[in-house]
Ligand binder design. Structure first.
Ligand code: ZN
Ligand code: ZN
Length: 407
């Protein structure tokens, strides 16, 4: 029993609502998914609210729940997870922020993503090293595209500060303020840092080149999602399982790494579209040879929901289904769970509280009568209704790895 393996496969934002263009099917229902349908037939299915009914999860709180943590107890803001995902060594007490490189002109934010800058951002990272303000050290690290993370390290800091992101273009950045009496220092340092960083970024070579090529310069930082690095019981202590993560997006790697999972970056996944799903599946299978639990994540489904592109969302699911065919080779020894972290209905262009389909397949499950993996088909499944925190205990139970409660 001890050598059973566990694979948790998450399609970000996969859940959706019926779409007229798709004959009132959801993108998942309309997609060609022979692999997922067969796995549903061999396995047990159900529907899941990741955190709870009527709760719209963010990707970070959703993943904490999927890994079995109570997000209401452990969540301290998105910043630390994003920072950890850019390989920034976040220490307890650090204050971390999600950061966008943006374009500012005459004091107005004209593009919150600096023309979706994707090349040459290392120059910005290097230019912003070793800035100390008062007694506070700052650490800045770029992620994918316009995304970056900022960490403040020093005495007397708190996460009770607002961000400066105006959330829409052609507005002035907000002045950062403290929301508690102890937060005055943190707000002061942050406002000072953003001003100083902008002065350093403006004349950089990358920005001069971008201006010459009619592109928007990355000359300003928008920070939000302040969070103090949380103290979590590690995943392996909690469950007695060694664990690795295969993901492209920084946030997902960050949540996994703060939970103590190792990150396997030996793949060509991008954390968006286009991506190389097959290389991620291959990496996950390699990870399963080393460790007992593997978390595999794809992001594109969520992006297509936010962009209201139901056809592309469906086509991306077609691609996923082909890429995960090798899952069959892992059966029945490996227990495989397939689900999402939340719904991202195209019509809402954002996350929703709609439940998600879930399936678990592998030795020990009692197959139900569901043979199609979709939002509605799985409502008749044998798992019934579950929440995200139930998943890992359910899998451990199926593998005979839980202790008896009572005599
Ligand atoms: Zn998500
Ligand atoms: Zn999303």
């Amino acid at each position: 029993m001890q050598d059973r393996k566990f694979l948790l496969f998450i399609m970000d934002g996969v859940g959706d609502r019926p779409i007229p263009e798709l004959n009132n099917k959801t993108p998942l229902e309309a997609a060609k998914t022979p692999t997922m349908d067969k796995l549903a037939e061999l396995g047990i299915t159900g529907h899941m609210h990741t955190i709870g009914r009527g709760i719209t999860p963010g990707s970070d709180t959703a993943h904490l729940a999927l890994f079995g943590y109570n997000p209401y107890e452990v969540y301290t803001g998105r910043g630390p997870f994003e920072a950890a995902g850019t390989d920034l060594p976040v220490k307890p007490g650090d204050i971390a922020f999600r950061t966008n490189m943006a374009t500012i002109k005459d004091g107005v934010v004209i593009d919150r993503r600096a023309g979706r800058i994707s090349q040459g951002t290392r120059e910005i990272e290097e230019a912003l090293q070793n800035i100390t303000i008062e007694d506070v050290e700052t650490i800045f690290k770029v992620g994918i595209d316009h995304r970056a993370a900022l960490v403040l390290r020093g005495p007397g800091l708190t996460s009770d500060v607002t961000g400066n992101d105006p959330k829409i273009e052609n507005k002035k950045p907000k002045h950062i303020i403290g929301t508690s009496s102890e937060a005055e220092k943190t707000a002061r340092i942050l406002n000072q840092y953003i001003k100083q960083a902008s002065e350093i970024m403006e004349p950089l070579e990358i920005n001069q080149k971008r201006i010459n090529n009619d592109k928007l310069p990355a000359n300003y930082l928008l920070v939000r999602g302040a969070g103090k690095s949380p103290h979590l019981e590690s995943f392996s202590t909690k469950y007695g399982l060694t664990a690795e993560c295969v993901a492209g997006g920084g946030l997902y790697k960050g949540v996994a790494s703060i939970c103590g999972m190792k990150i396997n970056d030996n793949h060509y996944g991008t954390g968006g579209i286009p991506t190389d799903i097959s290389s991620k599946v291959k990496a996950a299978i390699e990870s399963l040879e080393r460790v007992q639990f593997v978390f595999l994540h794809v992001k594109g489904t969520d992006n297509m929901g936010h962009d209201n592109k139901p056809i592309q969302k469906m086509e991306f699911i077609d691609e996923i289904d082909i890429a995960i065919e090798p899952f069959f080779d892992l059966l029945p020894e490996t227990l495989i769970c397939i689900t999402g972290d939340h719904s991202t209905p195209c019509v809402m262009r954002d996350h929703s509280s709609d439940p998600l389909p879930i399936l678990i397949v592998g030795e020990g499950v009692r197959p139900d009568h569901v043979n199609e993996f979709g939002e509605r088909s799985t409502m008749r499944g044998g798992l019934g209704h579950i929440i995200g925190q139930d998943i890992i205990p359910t899998m451990l139970g199926l593998a005979g790895r839980v202790h008896k409660f009572g005599a």
